[in-house]
Design a protein around this ligand. Structure first.
Ligand code: APR
Length: 230
């Protein structure tokens, strides 16, 4: 394969599975344990904000117990070494890509490490638990929400992501079931001009990719990065 000039990589929960974080839709995954309608919609937050806060507080606390794995670290190495265009788009709200060394990174579904104030709109770094009594560090109002994108909300950074998808010549999808839009549609958009490659425990189905490799991310991603950098 000729070396690409411009790469877009999309990741999902599968890349963090071997760090110890559950995926959503695998057996025993997050949506087996809790109904997404109860914790991951604007309506759920209106109905019971402290239940929603508790769900994200628990997930934020988990971040202290996990480390980036070989797949995150390989993408960090690619970011350091790759002189061409590169954009890593993650659907994950964990911080394992940044801790693995990735800088050219956009969190399209937000991040656990920030809260957003519904009063003054400030987005603030956040490492602790939050609830309906917690004051915003900027304006003092107790109107914080997790800075994550819920079902029914518009993902973040979409202009920059669409621009990168429209010019890349390699699109790689890692550890995502490809069931949640708009991310699920990226392969079709990029595929108009780019080679498309899937690295996943099992092919996500639909046959949308030019190539699909099956296996754990900690094996496939370091091999993919080593090939690109060789
Ligand atoms: N290595 C590679 N892939 C893996 C691994 C692994 N070790 N373990 C699981 N997978 C794959 C699964 O086969 C599955 O295809 O990762 C995928 C995870 O899919 P989902 O659980 O649906 O997660 P994701 O695609 O990230 O979900 C998208 O849904 O609920 C929302 O907002 C949430 O961002 C999330 C979005």
């Amino acid at each position: 394969m000729p070396k690409p000039r411009s790469i877009v990589i999309l990741t999902g929960a599968g890349i963090s599975r071997e760090s110890g974080l559950d995926t959503f839709r695998d057996p025993g995954g997050v949506w087996d344990k809790v109904r997404l309608e109860d914790v991951a919609t604007p309506d759920a937050f209106r109905r019971d904000p402290n239940r929603v806060h508790a769900f994200y507080n628990a997930r934020r606390a988990q971040l202290n117990a996990v480390e980036p794995n070989a797949a995150h670290r390989a993408l960090g190495e690619l970011d350091r070494a790759w002189t061409g265009d590169l954009l890593l788009v993650t659907q994950n709200i964990d911080d394992l890509h940044e801790r693995g060394g990735s800088q050219r990174l956009l969190h399209m579904h937000g991040t656990l490490r920030h809260v957003r104030c519904l009063g003054c709109a400030a987005v603030s770094p956040w490492l602790e638990a939050a609830d309906t009594e917690t004051p915003c560090p900027v304006c003092g109002q107790a109107t914080l929400r997790p800075d994550v994108v819920w079902f029914g909300e518009v993902p973040l950074h979409m202009d920059a992501i669409m621009d990168a998808l429209s010019v890349c010549d390699l699109f790689v999808s890692i550890g995502t079931s490809g069931t949640v839009y708009p991310a699920a549609g990226f392969v079709e958009l990029a595929g108009r001009q780019a080679d498309t490659l899937e690295l996943n425990l099992e092919p996500s189905g639909g046959g949308a990719f030019d190539r699909s490799l099956s296996g754990p991310a900690t094996e496939l991603v370091p091999r993919f990065v080593a090939d690109l950098l060789s």
